[in-house]
Write a protein that binds this ligand. Structure first.
Ligand code: HEC
Ligand code: CU
Length: 338
């Protein structure tokens, strides 16, 4: 009976632990060279430390089973081998194991794809803000910078240099399948180089506690073929679409006359606010609010009227003064910004 309970508990635990081994942010399934290097160190350390644990557990078991003598008779470190155990098992082995891990980490850090090389200009500047990431495409200034909040597009197979800065507190940029964590520190500019080997979407998140909505500070890296990437960039460089329907036109007026324009930019209009995400092409993105919500009509409308209920503490206030019609028109307008 007891045995069966144990078995049930053990299999439940094992199941839970195995289920935790996979997921969209499994760093052991590398999507590029920098992450592959980290995954190989990860596997190496896991094996090494597991071996050490097994040896220690077996020794403990041996002591428990042997049960010889009394505690007193074992207390002093005797000359016949007691000291050797401590010297070898307590000092020599740990030093050797930790030194091996240290050297392999140093090697990985100096390895090319982990870090940005030479003084070449960065392709993208990622800015951390409470609580969303902005990606700014440097060197594409035709009508003003291309900003892509919460979604970074990169061409597949090509190294992309990223500059990391923050507007407020310390954040950490982490795309587990592409790169290790790198902090965004006030007053500093950090650089990394990422490369995705296969097309796909790689999700990531802020890796450093940065306030109330830290858990809702996520982002996605979309790796696409060179042609798709160029097309995306061309679309993003264009100014915002002009409103077409009468509802979209009313929505635009509401946007410009309500507080929205003070905090948000819609390129090609007088809205030039810098507090919130750039909305020039908001409808082209998969997620809003730092990756917390999928982007669709329902979430957009809910967000615009109840940002504080959805993401308490976020830097977007509730705007309760809007009527139902104004809200519908605003959603029509926002959804037309592809
Ligand atoms: C005081 C500044 C401020 C005002 C006013 C404001 N917003 Fe925002 N808005 C923000 C901030 C900051 C965020 C990002 C919040 C987060 O994700 O933590 C945001 C996010 C958004 C988003 C999601 C965009 C994305 O990519 O994540 C939309 C859409 C939006 N605001 C629309 C509006 C509209 C429409 C109005 C006017 C009715 C408005 N905002 C007024 C600051 C503001
Ligand atoms: Cu953060």
């Amino acid at each position: 009976m007891i045995m069966r309970k144990w078995l049930a508990t053990a299999s439940l635990w094992t199941g839970c632990m195995l289920a935790g081994c996979d997921g969209p942010q499994n760093y052991m399934q590398a999507g590029g060279p920098a992450a592959a290097k980290l995954a190989s160190i990860g596997a190496f350390t896991l094996i090494l430390f597991s071996l050490v644990s097994i040896v220690v557990l077996l020794l403990l078991l041996w002591v428990a089973v042997r049960r010889r003598g009394t505690l007193e008779s074992h207390a002093p470190i005797d000359a016949d081998g007691g000291q050797r155990w401590i010297l070898v098992g307590g000092i020599a082995v740990p030093v050797a194991v930790l030194a091996t891990v240290f050297v392999s980490s140093l090697q990985a850090m100096s390895h090319y794809p982990m870090s940005h090389q030479d003084g070449a200009a960065a392709d993208i500047r990622v800015t951390g803000r409470q609580w969303w990431f902005n990606a700014e495409y440097l060197g594409h200034t035709v009508h003003g910078r291309v900003n892509s909040p919460t979604e970074i597009h990169i061409p597949v197979g090509r190294p992309v240099d990223i500059e990391l800065v923050t507007r407020d507190v310390i954040h950490s940029f982490w795309i587990p399948k592409l790169h290790g964590k790198v902090d965004l520190v006030p007053g500093m500019t950090n650089r990394i180089r990422i490369r995705a080997d296969e097309p796909g979407v790689f999700s990531g998140e802020c890796g450093e506690f940065c306030g109330a909505q830290h858990a809702n500070m996520r982002l996605q890296v979309v790796a696409q073929s060179a042609e798709e990437f160029d097309r995306w960039l061309r679309d993003q460089r264009a100014n915002a679409r002009e409103p077409q329907t009468s509802s979209q036109k009313i929505g635009q007026q509401v946007f410009m006359s309500a507080a929205c324009a003070l905090c948000h930019t819609v390129r090609g209009t007088p809205a030039l606010g810098q507090v919130g995400p750039d909305l020039t092409h908001v409808a082209s993105r998969g997620h809003i609010a730092g990756g917390m919500l999928p982007n669709n009509r329902g979430t957009l409308t809910a967000w615009v009227s109840h940002a504080q209920e959805l993401k308490p503490g976020s830097r977007m206030p509730d705007l309760p003064g809007l009527t139902g019609e104004q809200l519908i028109a605003l959603s029509d307008y926002l959804q037309s910004l592809e």
